[in-house]
Structure formats: C-alpha cells, structure tokens
Design a protein around this ligand. Structure first.
Ligand SMILES: [Zn+2]
Length: 213
C-alpha cells in the first residue's frame, strides 16, 4: 500500500504532470492531498456500480446521496449532480469483461470515454469500437486512456496509458484542468502538459473533442 506522498513521487518518476485520485466510491478531500512540487493531484471518485464505473473528477463531493442506486433514475441523478457541480465525467472501461458499462450512454451527461484501460486487452479494442460507433452516430466524444493503477505489478504501471495533450492547442480539457486547479488545488504550480502516451496522442489527434454537452 502506498501513501499519497509515495504515490505522488511515483507519478513524478513516471513523468506525469498530474494524477487523479479516484478510489472506488470513496471521495477524497482536496485538503488531504499531498502538496508535492511539480505534480498536481486531482481529487475524484470512481463511482462504482455492478453495472458500470465512471470517474467524477475535480471535486470533493460530486453527490450527497449514497453511491448505490436501484433505478436508472437514481443513477442518472448521480451523474446530473456531478455535472451540475462541475465534475469532469469519464465513462471507465466500458467494455470490460467483468465491469463493463451497461447503462444507456445516450441518457447520461459525460465528457469523455475511456477507450484504453491498463495493458493490452481485447476489451480495449471493443471500447475503441464503441467509441467509433458513437462518432459514426454523430456524438463527438473525447477519448482517454487510464492506467487504473491499484498497485505495481508486471502489467499495470502508473501512467500507462495516460492522457496527453496537443501542444500549441488550447484543449478544452486543459482549460478544465486549470479550472480545477484554481478551484480546489490552489496554490499550485502551473500546468505543464507533456506527451506521455503515443497511443492516446494519436487518438486525440484523430478526434479533437467537441464542446461539452
Ligand atoms: Zn473501474
């Protein structure tokens, strides 16, 4: 088990500029996040339901109610609450074999879809297919990768893959990260986006994100 300080140091070692802390159904207060020069820790929570997982990033408390929901309406209310409070919402590993996303994506507000989670797996290829279907249907959606890091092992490394941004372009997500920094993490060092993952970089280049829905 790593402490927050150890985790932040490891992220720096892997060349990351920022790291989102998203425990399962466990919110984290910005006040307890480590202050380590050169890296920004972003509070968040991985809303974890047996029918799907989603990251609500950038704030301490995206919803007031318990995480569990018994109806689609309850679930939609959690997402809407997170959206209303300014969270960046990411649908996680939507095609995962054991915890894929089974809710109706057309009825939810979200900002990005994770098309690559951790190491090479067939479920990631299916997630790319799902993203492709969304684009073909006219729903422009940023794609991201995530390491889903729980602990160090042979196949799962921190920042593999990670988000990367096109230099010289004012990316909506960079705007959002700066906004999140200023709101919950100030004072903090300025964001210095850098290249991390060629795979994600290529996908970002193919599909620059549209406006937030
Ligand atoms: Zn998950």
């Amino acid at each position: 088990m790593l402490t927050l300080e150890e985790l932040a140091s490891l992220a720096k070692k892997h060349g990351l500029d920022f790291l989102a802390i998203t425990d399962h159904n466990q919110m984290v207060s910005p006040a307890v996040l480590a202050r380590i020069p050169g890296i920004t820790l972003i509070p968040g929570v991985e809303w974890t339901h047996y029918r799907g997982h989603a990251n609500f990033l950038g704030l301490a408390k995206p919803y007031d109610e318990p995480f569990f929901t018994n109806t689609d309406e309850d679930m939609q209310a959690r997402f809407q609450s997170a959206r209303d409070r300014g969270a960046l919402i990411v649908i996680n590993h939507p095609q995962d074999d054991s915890c894929g996303f089974q809710f109706d994506l057309t009825k939810l507000p979200f900002d990005a879809i994770e098309i690559w989670n951790g190491p090479m797996r067939e479920s990631n290829l299916r997630a790319i297919g799902l993203w492709h279907q969304m684009l073909a249907a006219g729903r422009k959606m940023p794609a991201v990768g995530g390491s889903d890091f729980h602990r160090e092992n042979l196949f799962q490394i921190l920042g593999g893959p990670a988000w990367a941004f096109m230099p010289g372009r004012m990316h909506p997500m960079i705007s959002w990260l700066r906004y999140a920094q200023g709101r919950v993490l100030s004072p903090s060092p300025p964001m210095a986006p850098r290249w991390i993952s060629p795979v994600v970089r290529l996908l970002w280049a193919v599909q620059p994100p549209g406006k937030r829905a």
